[in-house]
Design a protein around this ligand. Structure first.
Ligand code: HEC
Ligand code: HEC
Ligand code: HEC
Ligand code: HEC
Ligand code: HEC
Ligand code: HEC
Ligand code: HEC
Length: 231
């Protein structure tokens, strides 16, 4: 996955100047307390050049907000809008416009359901957190949570081994539409007509669909009845 490294381009509020993150701490101690650990805080610089690289890189210049004692509407509150994030993460706008994606574009979901702007690793479930990346997905997708008697060890790599949560051209946001999804881990040797996967010769199997069609490995996330994840 590639990350676009872009120039810091903070949001603009007409007539406002940057005041620096220290100012925000006076009134928003609960937000600023953990900010030093945040992925985005690591992008902030010190000294005179610091302006606009801390809190204000997402919230916009804060002088009018501070002068007003913090009244509503004087600073950018991203709330449900991804626009703040798109300023710097240009590539994500395109990904969320793909045919299969989480409902960011319609405003039904937000980036902050999976990302933490204010503390710790921006990708929820990574870093020092006890919570895993998969657990942040299974909070909503309980059917994939398990526990399963027969686990699919692919799940240890996280859901992103097979899905791109930002969007995909493939149904179910899959990284590949076909058997290649599975062969990235299971190709132990294959040539036309002869395919070994999972240590078993699949040459005699009908090749008329994906590995996860009904009757094959339908229970791709884990199964309670079949070690081969058939149902
Ligand atoms: C003098 C105290 C004070 C300072 C300094 C201050 N704020 Fe606020 N801020 C507030 C108050 C009070 C509110 C709540 C306003 C309300 O709900 O009516 C608020 C609201 C906000 C909101 C939500 C705004 C909205 O329209 O919904 C954001 C975002 C915010 N502050 C960010 C910041 C940032 C970033 C800084 C530093 C640049 C900052 N604040 C500095 C007092 C302050
Ligand atoms: C990476 C972008 C980003 C940075 C940097 C950032 N914020 Fe935020 N902030 C957001 C988003 C997105 C929301 C709204 C979603 C949410 O509540 O989680 C938000 C919400 C807020 C709110 C709450 C507004 C409300 O509706 O109650 C306050 C206050 C705030 N931020 C202050 C700060 C302060 C202070 C800093 C610096 C210590 C900061 N933010 C840094 C993205 C950011
Ligand atoms: C002012 C520019 C800017 C804004 C606004 C911004 N980001 Fe970032 N973000 C960055 C940069 C730069 C990086 C580091 C990318 C790199 O390492 O190449 C980053 C990294 C990230 C990462 C990866 C962190 C990691 O630990 O690997 C995530 C996730 C992320 N941003 C999400 C968001 C979300 C969600 C928002 C909106 C709430 C947002 N960003 C707003 C500039 C920004
Ligand atoms: C359904 C959950 C989910 C949503 C919603 C989501 N992300 Fe992510 N994002 C992830 C996961 C998981 C990763 C880590 C991917 C990995 O490690 O392979 C990630 C990684 C990133 C990264 C760093 C790596 C990269 O792909 O560039 C950025 C930047 C990012 N997200 C930005 C955003 C922005 C901006 C939004 C909203 C427009 C958003 N994300 C919405 C789950 C989500
Ligand atoms: C805040 C709740 C929420 C979180 C967190 C979340 N999702 Fe989703 N996801 C949804 C909703 C809502 C849909 C669309 C409705 C549906 O089909 O279930 C969806 C759809 C999907 C789909 C397509 C389902 C289909 O039938 O087409 C996949 C795959 C998926 N999400 C994977 C993930 C992954 C991977 C993560 C973690 C990186 C994640 N989701 C995090 C709410 C969430
Ligand atoms: C080994 C690859 C793989 C991994 C890892 C994986 N998935 Fe899937 N997932 C699939 C495939 C393949 C489908 C399509 C199943 C179908 O169409 O019958 C799917 C479908 C889904 C769906 C749509 C509902 C359904 O059953 O059709 C959701 C939601 C989903 N996955 C969420 C997740 C979550 C959450 C994780 C991590 C906890 C995860 N997946 C990990 C391969 C994977
Ligand atoms: C990220 C790597 C990875 C991906 C991708 C992956 N698997 Fe797996 N899979 C594993 C691991 C690791 C095991 C456990 C060790 C083994 O049996 O090879 C496993 C085991 C299995 C088993 C159980 C074998 C048995 O008899 O116990 C089946 C069936 C299976 N995978 C099917 C699939 C299918 C179908 C896909 C594609 C949708 C897929 N796998 C994608 C890593 C992966």
């Amino acid at each position: 996955m590639t990350t676009q490294r872009t120039v810091v381009a903070p949001a603009k509020i007409a007539g406002a100047q940057f005041v620096g993150s220290k100012q925000c701490a006076q009134c928003h101690a609960e937000v600023t307390a953990g900010f030093s650990t945040a992925s985005h805080a690591k992008l902030a610089v010190d000294g005179a050049a610091a302006d606009g690289t801390g809190c204000e890189s997402c919230h916009g210049a804060g002088s009018l907000h501070v002068k007003a004692g913090g009244s509503k509407g004087t600073i950018i509150n991203p709330q449900k809008s991804p626009e703040t994030c798109y300023q710097c993460h240009l590539d994500k706008r395109g990904q969320f416009s793909l045919p299969y994606a989480h409902a960011i574009s319609s405003g039904k979901m937000t980036c902050t359901e999976c990302h933490e702007p204010h503390k710790g690793k921006a990708v929820k479930g990574t870093g020092a957190s006890l919570h895993t990346q998969a657990e942040s997905c299974t909070e909503c997708h309980t059917a994939q949570k398990g526990p399963f008697i027969f686990k699919h060890n692919a799940m240890k790599e996280g859901c992103t081994a097979c899905h791109n949560p930002h969007g995909s051209v493939n149904n179910k946001m899959l990284n590949a539409p076909d058997s290649n999804l599975c062969l990235q881990c299971h190709a132990t040797g294959s040539s036309p007509g002869m395919l070994f996967a999972g240590g078993r010769d699949h040459a005699g199997n009908p090749v008329n669909g994906t590995c996860w069609v009904a009757g094959c490995h339908e229970a791709v996330h884990g199964s309670n009845v079949s070690h081969a994840l058939r149902f």
